[in-house]
Design a protein around this ligand. Structure first.
Ligand code: BES
Ligand code: ZN
Ligand code: ZN
Length: 488
């Protein structure tokens, strides 16, 4: 979408549709107040009123949009507002929409621009690749948005560019999650990473099965051995480690489909398991954004990718695996496969001597029980790092909620026959999974984000999400890394 800025008021734009976003209880321009029964619009959160001014002001249609009270206004409010505006334009088949703010907002111009651009781009997103016979009105796309503010600044313009770049990464992640699992195999995901590298200059290396075998990725190989679609490790590297340029490792679970393996999932639980690569999608999306924003960091993205299938070659319950680290795992349930592939990738991350390892995975159904779809579960070994991620979650609206990793939880995954067992029993399912992962990161600062409830939306709660992949994690990681950069 083309997003431009102009100085002025949206009421003077000769647009097919103009949006006037208003704080609650703030005075409306006289020309607008004259157009409606005053009680019909208060500006409360998400309230909309579509007016046909018939020449009273220049826009042909005027949508009043409530932003809620000034003291509760955040960038999330603006993201939602811009998404609502774009959706309304699409409904009305208006290709060029104007968006204006009625009030002075207590937010930095760069943040306003960023949030509006993110909301507009993400609100316009749809996944139509497998729809056939669509009519033009069903594929109609909003082409341009003009942001009209009393003072269009360079800072706001720069914010718009940042927001569009970030939204691009989110949409990449959504597309990857939404792609059917027969199409997006581990090899195809690796191809996507290679293409990303060619687009952005990120260095991408793919380990195929032969290379994984040679190097001893016993966990990733075991999980993938039941599928004809062989596993891969994707290694993406942006920038180089240097003095004042610390290394951050991003690790994403890349199960292109999780049937449960021999510990087969019931049919209802198996649908949506194409989204079991949501962590990897977030890592690819974030790598793209980091490269496009040229952040002064060294960022390594690692994706262990496999398909978990039942077959005569599958790994079994009771198997004992030797991981890349040398640590052994007793398999008690082949459906707890994410932690096994991640064990190898997390251990591999240590070779980069990273300042932080941040890992994202659709890891446990238990986190969905605990937090629903409104927050990502977080566990970590370094509170400063966890606090920074928590802050990024508040800023972006991709909220995280922390659970503890006390010693007692580590006890729950000790095995009789091997070093670790891959399930810890019915209790604290998300935490024992996190504790398992923490056994493979050494002393490096580590945060685990369980996105099982947030990566895929059956009923999206925000206007900038649609049913399907959300791209969760891209905005969170980008915000964390941008703030981290400021601190270096
Ligand atoms: N991929 C699933 C977790 C999941 C569940 C993601 C629901 C998204 C939505 C994971 O591999 C899994 O199956 N976990 C098991 C672990 C159990 C066997 C200890 C689970 O949560 O049931
Ligand atoms: Zn599973
Ligand atoms: Zn899984």
């Amino acid at each position: 979408m083309k997003i431009t800025l102009t100085t002025g008021t949206v009421l003077n734009e000769a647009a097919e549709l103009a949006i006037l976003a208003c704080l609650e209880a703030a005075p409306l321009p006289e020309a607008v107040a004259d157009l409606l029964e005053v009680a019909d619009f208060s500006g409360k959160t998400s309230q909309t009123r579509l007016l046909y001014p018939r020449g009273a002001v220049l826009p042909k249609r005027l949508l009043l949009l409530g932003l809620g009270p000034a003291d509760k206004l955040t960038t999330e409010t603006l993201r939602r507002a811009a998404a609502t505006a774009v959706r309304q334009a699409r409904d009305l088949q208006v290709a060029n929409v104007a968006f204006g703010l009625n009030d002075q907002l207590e937010l930095a111009p760069a943040l306003i621009g960023q949030a509006l651009a993110e909301g507009a781009e993400l609100g316009a997103y749809r996944y139509l690749r497998y729809k056939t016979g669509l009519k033009p009105e069903q594929t109609f796309a909003v082409e341009a948005m003009t942001l009209v503010t009393p003072e269009a600044t360079d800072a706001m313009q720069a914010g718009v560019a940042v927001g569009q770049t970030i939204a691009g990464g989110v949409m990449l992640a959504r597309n990857l999650v939404n792609t059917p699992p027969g199409v997006l195999t581990p090899a195809a995901l690796a191809d996507q990473a290679v293409a990303l590298g060619e687009r952005t200059g990120v260095a991408v290396t793919i380990f195929d099965k032969a290379r994984l075998t040679e190097e001893g990725f016993g966990g990733l190989l075991a999980v993938g051995q039941g599928s004809a679609n062989e596993p891969r490790l994707i290694v993406m590297e942006y920038g180089k480690a240097a003095e004042g340029r610390p290394t951050i490792c991003l690790v994403g679970k890349g199960l292109t489909f999780d049937s449960g393996g021999l510990s087969l999932k019931p049919a209802d639980a198996m649908t949506t398991m194409k989204s079991d690569m949501g962590g990897s999608a977030a890592v690819l999306g974030a790598m793209q954004v980091i490269a496009e924003l040229q952040l002064p960091l060294h960022v390594v993205g690692l994706v262990p990718s496999a398909e978990n299938m039942p077959s005569s070659t599958s790994y079994r319950p009771d198997d004992v695996l030797t991981t890349l680290s040398g640590k052994t795992i007793e398999v008690l349930n082949t459906d707890a496969e994410g932690r096994i592939v991640l064990a190898d990738a997390l251990f591999y991350a240590q070779r980069y001597n990273p300042a932080a390892i941040i890992e994202l995975s659709t890891l446990t159904g238990a986190i969905v029980v605990a937090l629903g779809s409104h927050a990502t579960g977080m566990m970590g070994t370094n509170q400063e790092l966890a606090d920074a991620i928590k802050q990024a979650g508040e800023t972006t609206g991709e909220r995280v909620w922390q659970l503890p990793l006390w010693e007692e939880y580590h006890e729950m995954i000790k095995s009789e026959i091997a070093d670790l067992k891959n399930i810890g029993g019915r209790q604290a399912g998300s935490i024992t999974a996190g504790a398992f992962l923490a056994a493979f990161v050494g002393d490096y600062p580590f945060v685990h984000l369980d996105i099982a409830g947030t990566a895929y939306a059956e009923k999206p709660a925000q206007p900038y999400n649609v049913a399907g992949g959300t791209g969760v994690g891209v905005r969170l990681l980008t915000e964390f890394l941008r703030q981290y950069t400021d601190g270096v």
